[in-house]
Design a protein around this ligand. Sequence first.
Ligand code: ADP
Ligand code: MG
Length: 326
Amino acid sequence: MASFRDICFTPNEFASIAQIDKNLISSLETSGALKIIRRRLGSADRKMIPLENMQEYFQNIRSGRHGDQRIQSLQPKHKIQMFYNVKGGTGKSTLTAQYVMKTAMLGLKVLAIDLDGQGHLTVNLDILDAHERPTVYDVLINDLPLSDAIMNVAPCLDLVPANLGLCNIEIPLNNKSRREYRLSEAIAKVADQYDLIVSDTNPAASILNGSMLVAAELVNVVCATNPLSFHGMSLVMATIEDMEREFKHNLEVKIVPNMYDNREVISQEVLGELRSQFSQHCTHAVVNRSADLNEATKRRTTVWDVNSKGIAAQDIKALTHELLFS
Ligand SMILES: Nc1ncnc2c1ncn2[C@@H]1O[C@H](COP(=O)(O)OP(=O)(O)O)[C@@H](O)[C@H]1O
Ligand SMILES: [Mg+2]
């Protein structure tokens, strides 16, 4: 089982991610635009593109080095983003993990921040020794520079992990001066080093989440397409509006429908309600309920690694492009 760090892509997978005709790949290799390695699998030599080579390809395109204008200058519209919902189990940690891995695949330099003491984003990114590592607790309460809490997960992907100690942050944070500004000030000091900064949050209307609402430019509210999740949406939107009013901060809000099942009438109804009540916020991309996402969580890797042709890989691709560029 490969971890995300060691993932390799077949030429077909690469062509699908890069949105190019697969027949173009050999000319990309000849011109030096794409470095392809050969790996012996059984008795055959297979062409493979390691993660770092794919990232380099996209970075070169973005910097215009290959004269390809297609995705040049496509920097994320919102650099600091968060996945949010006061309700648990809607898929925040799952989608945050898939989003940061997908954006890192595109060669963007990404910082993921885990703001939930359960550490699910941390585990989803295959970090299993977080209990020994500093977290945002040390940054906000003990004045540790954020850079000292950052660890590397994979090429282009860094993480501020979380562990159970972070569950105890609310009381000491409440007693700090400028409590809601501390996180955005810490993030501002490292922001230059990244193209994208994305946090997962804890399922509560906590001060810690409030601090991230102050820091963020875009909040991605993950709503499961079930009645209780939909019911909770008014509370979520009210929390965001309260923060905007109190901190005079304009946040872009996107609502991401997750766990959609088109065979279930209730799922269709909730999606319809979301789209009519929150029409200007709801993403076009919908994440279907899929065993591949559960499997990716279990294997602590990207859905591409599980099934590059599956619906989950397509959904995460569409969602990523929408959250990055629109
Ligand atoms: N689209 C989906 N299809 C299938 N399972 C999903 C999907 N999204 C999330 N899950 C699963 O749902 C569970 C809860 O997701 P999680 O991301 O931990 O929620 P949250 O962070 O909001 O509490 C996890 O087991 C995850 O694998
Ligand atoms: Mg979570």
